[in-house]
Design a protein around this ligand. Structure first.
Ligand code: PMP
Length: 454
C-alpha cells in the first residue's frame, strides 16, 4: 500500500471499504472528498484543497482540529497505560477521573453514575438496557416498551434503530425489536395540524398520552428523544415541548431518556440540550462532543432515581450485565477529559449560541433572495436549510433529485464542506466558529444559489 499516493487512494476507496449510509455502487462514480488534515475550523484534502468544515466532522469536532491539549493527553496516556479494563477486578484512573468530571458538569441535572461506550449507538443501547433493567429491579418487569418520535435518530444498533423514526433507517433490517413505538413530535415546518407552536405542542403531547394509554402505562419503560432532532433534519421543538415530555413521563411513571449525542457538550447553545429546555432527564446519552471526535467515546449517565434501583437488595439480579471491552478505555477517557476542559474553559456553548444566532440571521437574508430555501431553522450551531421546489406547497426535493447536491457540491468546490440529508443542507461546524467564518460561508452559499437558480 502507498497511502500517500493520491491516485492510489482514489482508486482504492471503494475496493474493500464499505461507507456508512451509501449505496456502494454510487461511490464508484462519485468519489468522496478524501480528508487528510485539519487545523482549527479548516480541513484539507489529499489534493491540498482547503475547506471550512461546516460539518464539524459529523456534528462532533466541537473544539476544532489540531488541539494540542487533547493530542498530549492521548499521547501521555498511551505511553503510561495503553489499556486496562473496567471488567470485574480492575479499573483505571482516566475512567475514574472522567466519570467524576461528567457528574460534576451534570450536577444541575442530578446525574450520579456513568456507563461508558465508544459511540452514540452504544450510549443509546446502554440507556435502553439500563431502563429495562431498572424496571425489573423495581419489580415491574412489564414495563419494557419505549416510545420515541417520528424523525428521531438514535443510532443503528438494533435497539437504537428500533427507536429510529424514519423508514430509511429501518426497512432494510426489519424485523426490528418488539416494544418500540413512535409518535408524532412537534415539527413546525412540516406537520398536518397547525402552524401555531403552542397548539402543536399540545396536539403532540396529547398524541403521546393517547399512545401511552393505548399501550398501558404499566408497559412503558421510557420515552427516548433528542432535545433537538439532528439527523431527522434539525427539528427544533417549541420551548414548551420538553417540559411537557417531563410532565407526561412523571404523570405515567415513565423514565425520560435525553439522547444528547449531538446536543451534548455545547452544540445547541447550552452545555446540554435538555438544560436549554429547562428539563432534567433521568438518563442522558452523550457521545460526539464528549471527545470532540478525537477518539471514539460515549457515556450514558443516570440520575439517583435510576441508580437507586441497583442499591437495594432486589429479587432480580442487580448485576449490570452490560459493557464493552473498551468501556472506560483510558485513552478515550483522557481525550474526553481534555476535550471537555476546552469546551468549558473557552465557553464554547455560549459561542455556539451567539454565532449560531448570527448564522441564522444571515441565512434568513439568503432566504429572502433565493426561492429554493423553504426553511431555515436551528438552535446554537446546529442548523438546517431545507430546500423546496415551491414555497407555497413546501414540496421537497426527493432523494433522487439533483438540486440539493448541486448546491452542496457548489459549496464544496468553493471551499465549504457541506453535507446534505436529502433536501436539507446541514450546518454543524466546530463550536469555535466565528462571525467572520459565517460571513465567508454566506458569501459562498449566495454565489452558489445564484449560479444554480431554481
Ligand atoms: N443518537 C443521535 C442523536 C445521533 O445523532 C447519533 C449519530 N449521529 C447517534 C445516536 C449514533 O451515534 P454513532 O453514530 O456514534 O453510533
Amino acid at each position: 500500500m502507498n497511502s500517500s499516493n493520491n491516485a492510489w487512494l482514489k482508486e482504492h476507496n471503494t475496493v474493500h471499504l464499505m461507507h456508512p449510509m451509501q449505496d456502494p455502487k454510487s461511490l464508484k462514480d462519485n468519489l468522496p472528498v478524501i480528508i487528510e488534515s485539519g487545523e482549527g475550523v479548516h480541513i484539507t484534502d489529499v489534493d491540498g484543497r482547503r475547506f471550512l468544515d461546516l460539518q464539524g466532522g459529523l456534528w462532533c469536532v466541537n473544539v476544532g482540529y489540531g488541539r494540542k491539549e487533547i493530542v498530549d493527553a492521548v499521547s501521555e496516556q498511551m505511553q503510561k497505560l495503553a489499556y486496562y479494563s473496567l471488567f470485574p477486578g480492575s479499573t483505571n484512573p482516566a475512567a475514574i477521573a472522567l466519570s467524576q468530571k461528567l457528574i460534576e458538569i451534570t450536577a444541575p441535572e442530578g446525574m450520579v453514575k456513568v456507563s461508558f461506550g465508544l459511540g452514540g449507538s452504544d450510549a443509546v443501547e446502554s440507556a435502553l438496557k439500563i431502563a429495562r433493567q431498572y424496571w425489573k429491579l423495581e419489580g415491574q418487569s412489564d414495563k419494557y416498551k419505549f416510545i420515541s418520535l417520528y424523525n428521531g435518530y438514535h443510532g443503528l444498533n438494533f435497539g437504537g434503530m428500533s427507536a429510529c423514526g424514519g423508514v430509511a433507517w429501518r426497512s432494510s433490517y426489519e424485523p426490528l425489536m418488539p416494544g418500540f413505538i413512535q409518535v408524532e413530535g412537534p415539527h413546525l415546518y412540516r406537520n398536518p395540524f397547525t402552524q401555531d407552536p403552542e397548539e402543536l405542542v399540545e396536539i403532540c403531547a396529547q398524541l403521546m398520552e393517547r399512545q401511552i394509554e393505548i399501550q398501558g402505562a404499566h408497559t412503558i419503560a421510557a420515552i427516548i428523544a433528542e432535545p433537538i432532532q439532528g439527523a431527522g433534519g434539525v427539528i427544533v421543538p417549541p420551548a414548551s415541548y420538553w417540559p411537557r415530555l417531563r410532565q407526561i413521563a412523571d404523570k405515567y411513571n415513565i423514565l425520560l431518556i435525553a439522547d444528547e449525542v449531538i446536543t451534548g457538550l455545547g452544540r445547541s447553545g447550552s452545555l446540554f440540550g435538555a438544560r436549554g429546555w429547562g428539563v432534567k432527564p433521568d438518563i442522558m446519552c452523550l457521545a460526539k462532543g464528549i471527545s470532540s471526535g478525537y477518539v471514539p467515546l460515549s457515556a450514558t449517565l443516570i440520575n439517583q432515581r435510576v441508580a437507586s434501583a441497583w442499591e437495594r437488595d432486589a429479587g432480580f439480579t442487580s448485576v449490570y450485565m452490560h459493557g464493552y471491552t473498551y468501556s472506560g478505555h483510558p485513552v478515550s477517557c483522557a481525550a474526553g477529559l481534555a476535550a471537555i476542559d476546552i469546551v468549558l474553559r473557552e465557553n464554547l456553548a455560549e459561542n455556539a449560541a451567539v454565532v449560531g444566532e448570527y448564522f441564522r440571521e444571515r441565512l434568513l437574508e439568503l432566504k429572502g433572495k433565493h426561492r429554493a430555501i423553504g426553511d431555515v431553522r436551528g438552535k446554537g450551531l446546529m442548523i438546517a436549510i431545507e430546500l423546496v421546489k415551491d414555497r407555497q406547497t413546501k414540496e421537497p426535493f426527493g432523494p433522487d433529485e439533483a438540486y440539493p447536491l448541486a448546491i452542496s457540491e457548489g459549496c464544496v468546490n468553493s471551499g465549504v464542506m457541506l453535507r446534505t440529508i436529502v433536501n436539507k443542507l446541514i450546518i454543524s461546524p466546530p463550536l469555535t466558529f466565528t462571525k467572520d467564518n459565517v460571513d465567508e460561508v454566506i458569501e459562498v452559499l449566495d454565489r452558489t444559489f445564484i449560479a444554480n437558480p431554481w
